[in-house]
Design a protein around this ligand. Structure first.
Ligand SMILES: [Zn+2]
Length: 210
């Protein structure tokens, strides 16, 4: 006789046709520990699956699927189209979300200063430094002392939108307003800026409120 737990969580007993019910019952009782362990594992897996069902994450303009894996390690893996959250024990939705946000912010801290540097090289507009911040109503700002401040949530938007926001803030180093001269300068370095500005208007509210 043998026991099996199928994909639907049903317990199957494989037995010769001639087995008596009393024998069957005895067999199942002796496998008590095995059954409990496997049912617990099954339940855990189901909960983990439910936790991440339909969840996704915007990263550099791409919608990544999020999956949660309970196993031997902690940490986040990013492969094309997919974010895998590894944890040693099942996490609640709120904890998963916190980890994802922390990961996104870390990516922003790495990538956004590099975007500013690249844009400065290209345009000759150099600020006094870069700071990554959390804003709920703006994507960036340029301080009077030349410090460029960027919202970490920008990391969710497409690379060309990030470049536009960076260029926008750097352009304030020359024009501390939104005058026609300011927009002419933005347009010189980024002819498609109106498209990117519209993208932010259409999609930004959802991303910035996270
Ligand atoms: Zn501005």
């Amino acid at each position: 006789m043998a026991l099996k737990l199928d994909k639907q969580g049903q317990l199957l007993v494989m037995t010769p046709l001639t087995t008596r019910v009393s024998e069957l019952k005895r067999f199942v009782v002796t496998r008590d520990v095995w059954i409990r362990e496997h049912l617990a594992q099954y339940k855990q897996l189901q909960e983990t699956k439910l936790e991440t069902l339909g969840q996704s994450l915007w990263f550099m303009g791409e919608q990544l699927k999020v999956e949660s894996l309970v196993g031997v390690k902690n940490g986040i893996d990013h492969t094309p189209g997919l974010i895998t959250l590894n944890s040693r024990q099942p996490l609640e939705r709120a904890a998963l979300d916190r980890r994802l946000m922390k990961w996104l912010r870390a990516q922003a801290e790495l990538a956004l200063p590099a975007c500013v540097e690249k844009s400065s090289q290209r345009t000759g507009l150099h600020g006094s430094g870069v700071q990554i911040k959390a804003y709920t109503a703006r994507w960036g700002s340029c301080r009077h002392d030349g410090l460029i401040q960027l919202n970490w949530k920008l990391i969710q938007t497409p690379p060309e939108v990030i470049d536009y926001v960076v260029l926008h803030e750097l352009s304030h180093l020359r024009h501390f307003n939104h005058s026609a001269l300011f927009w002419r300068q933005v347009g010189q370095h980024c002819p498609d800026y109106k498209i990117h500005r519209k993208w932010l208007k259409d999609n930004g509210r959802l991303l910035i409120s996270c």
